[in-house]
Design a protein around this ligand. Structure first.
Ligand SMILES: C[S@@+](CC[C@H](N)C(=O)[O-])C[C@H]1O[C@@H](n2cnc3c(N)ncnc32)[C@H](O)[C@@H]1O
Length: 319
């Protein structure tokens, strides 16, 4: 039986964001990966941090000593900077005291000359009141929201304030960098005690999803794969299950597995997990070469140089 998608309600939700492409559903796999790494890594690098659920989980569950969170988006960056600068209580209070109506949100977010803390508050407001939590250009305020509750349908001030208050206990273990994730990845690649969780915008092969969801979405995916080859510790990448991505993973000699997840419309899809050695993920289907590349004219099986090294071919499925 193929594995079922994770029920995200069973995972502690520690991020204050409802983030498009958020990886709460990946938490059990992330924990499993950490169990396979001996000795325990010192630092987790997340070059595309977004809502940061993976870094937060790693810190709260003491799976690493510190996390390097990298994010280019200045709205998101303002939130992580506010957390690292020790202003979580301020932010929690600001959230609790805000009387949220359509008018008050519009009035608040139209203020532009604000400091980082206020900007962080604006980001949380927008993230909670815009369609799908999307902050990219073209997104807008919720009209009907959940259960006809309109703009307040995703505004849970008590829960949000508690998440920020809790973050106070791990804030000094976060290193936040508003920089290009690829350069920070390169900087840490030689460290044996560093691991990387890499969740880039899904734009490889001209895919549209990443363009619509994020302000920063153009990325040299092939360069990212090359940098991953230089990583001395370990890494995991998550990607959409696209042919261009699989071709890149093969070219760089990485393993691939397919993992089920439920998207925001509750449809079950498969995402691609890519890494150096994914034999610990054997319950998940492996990804093979397209059939044609396996055969000579006499239909004798040959392995092409770009094949993924699957240690357990019996359990695999073709994709
Ligand atoms: C798929 S999302 C990450 C989601 C995250 N794993 C989560 O659970 O919330 C990709 C993120 O990468 C950011 N990003 C895009 N290009 C970047 C770059 N060159 N450096 C750093 N961050 C970047 C986007 O703003 C977006 O937040």
């Amino acid at each position: 039986m193929p594995p079922k998608p994770v029920n995200v309600s069973s995972i502690p939700q520690r991020s204050p964001f409802r983030y498009p492409g958020g990886k709460t559903w990946f938490v059990p796999t992330f924990r499993h990966w950490l169990e396979t790494i001996v000795p325990q890594p010192e630092v987790l690098v997340e070059p595309f941090a977004g809502g940061g659920i993976i870094s937060l989980t790693a810190l709260f569950e003491n799976l690493v000593s510190s996390a390097v969170m990298v994010e280019l988006d200045d709205d998101i960056a303002a939130v992580w900077k506010t957390v690292v600068d020790g202003h979580t209580d301020w932010l929690a209070k600001r959230i609790l005291e805000f009387d949220l109506t359509r008018e008050s949100v519009i009035r608040e977010i139209s203020k532009t000359d604000v400091d980082t803390k206020e900007k962080a508050f604006h980001t949380i407001l927008k993230n909670r009141t815009f369609h799908g939590g999307i902050l990219a250009e073209g997104s807008g305020l919720l009209k009907y929201g959940e259960n006809g509750k309109g703009i307040r349908s995703r505004w849970y001030p008590g829960t949000l304030a508690r998440r920020f208050a809790n973050m106070k206990t791990i804030a000094n273990r976060i290193i936040f960098r508003q920089e290009d994730g690829l350069s920070v990845l390169e900087e840490y690649a030689k460290r044996k005690n560093a691991i990387f969780f890499i969740d880039p915008p899904y734009t490889a092969g001209g895919k549209k999803a990443g363009n619509r969801l994020y302000k920063h979405c153009s990325l040299d995916h092939d360069h990212l794969f090359s940098l991953c080859e230089s990583i001395k510790g370990d890494f995991l990448m998550t990607y959409d299950n696209a042919n261009e991505v699989k071709a890149m993973a093969r070219r760089h000699g990485f393993h691939m597995r397919l993992i089920p997840m439920n998207n925001t419309h509750h449809a079950t899809m498969e995402e691609l997990v890519i890494g150096k050695n994914l034999s610990w993920m054997d319950k998940y289907p492996a990804v093979h070469e397209p059939k044609g590349e396996y055969r000579t004219r006499k239909t004798k099986k040959v392995l092409t140089s770009g094949s993924t090294r699957d240690p357990n071919p019996q359990k695999s499925r073709k994709h």
